[in-house]
Design a protein around this ligand. Structure first.
Ligand SMILES: C[S@@+](CC[C@H](N)C(=O)[O-])C[C@H]1O[C@@H](n2cnc3c(N)ncnc32)[C@H](O)[C@@H]1O
Length: 248
């Protein structure tokens, strides 16, 4: 009696292939089908470049899952992706050995990843599918390590927030009243707004900007004043660590 098909969701880490976990690299090697969510097949390149040392092509099938860079994609979109995944993992004939899939994500899969919405649909589509998650090194852990910034110490509080949503002076001020360190993900086009707010809170000097960390084109900027007009790429973040303050 064949066992159920398995989908392993692999956190690839921030970009440097050396930062994949050993468990993640083993799951990559074992996969029959590798699913890469990306806006277009061309843009699946980043995840594949990270995974490349552990792929076994052409034995493995690589499939791009179209994932437009838009908030609030309709559930029907995720349902279609779930159907594609199930279809590729289902054994044919039904008595054959079930296939193993790997779903690739940058950083950690459960931190603002695309998998959450797909997972919901997978459960509806095929409740027998086994899903395993392999955590990954987050972008901000890699930035902190590269720049030597303590994320949190002793009783410090750390907040990780998406800058793209509800970025205003009052909520950001409140954030810094409660947290010693704040990591803003999904900075992209709102970077100039974020810098303006940090200026108003007198925090720009304690902020650091990082893009494409772990990748050949990585860039870290400590003086955010030169980024006031900058159109930041999607893979960018701002880390602010307040000096000498205790969280309240
Ligand atoms: C959809 S979230 C995914 C976060 C990811 N799962 C993680 O663990 O870091 C994408 C955001 O993560 C951040 N990010 C991911 N990889 C990055 C990198 N290599 N360099 C800088 N920021 C990155 C950016 O803020 C980007 O907008």
């Amino acid at each position: 009696m064949p066992t159920a098909a398995t989908l392993t969701v692999i956190g690839l880490g921030p970009g440097d292939p050396d930062l994949i976990t050993v468990k993640g690299s083993r799951a990559l090697q074992a996969a029959d089908v590798v699913f890469v969510p990306a806006p277009t097949p061309d843009e699946s390149g980043r995840a594949l470049a990270i995974a490349q040392p552990w792929l076994d092509l052409p034995r493995q099938q690589v499939l791009t899952l179209p994932m437009p860079m838009r908030p609030n994609l309709a559930p029907a979109h995720y349902a279609a992706l779930a159907a594609t995944i199930v279809q590729h993992l289902r054994p044919t004939p039904p008595t054959a050995t079930p296939r193993c899939g790997a779903y690739l994500l940058l950083g950690d899969p459960l931190l603002y990843g695309t998998f959450g919405a797909v997972w919901e649909q997978l459960c509806i589509h095929d409740p027998t599918l086994r899903v395993a998650i392999i955590p990954g090194i987050t972008s901000f852990a890699a930035v902190a390590a590269q720049t030597g910034i303590l994320l949190a110490h002793k009783d410090d509080r750390l907040a990780v927030v998406p800058a793209l949503y509800a970025l205003d002076l009052d909520s950001t001020r409140q954030l810094f009243q409660s947290f010693a360190t704040v990591v803003f993900l999904k900075v992209g086009r709102v970077l100039p707004d974020l810098i303006r707010i940090l200026d108003q809170l007198d925090l720009t000097a304690h902020a650091l900007y990082a893009e494409h960390i772990g990748m050949p084109e990585a860039r870290v900027v400590r003086d955010l004043s030169c980024l006031r007009e900058y159109s930041a790429p999607y893979l960018s973040l701002v880390l602010v660590r307040q000096p000498q303050r205790r969280s309240t």
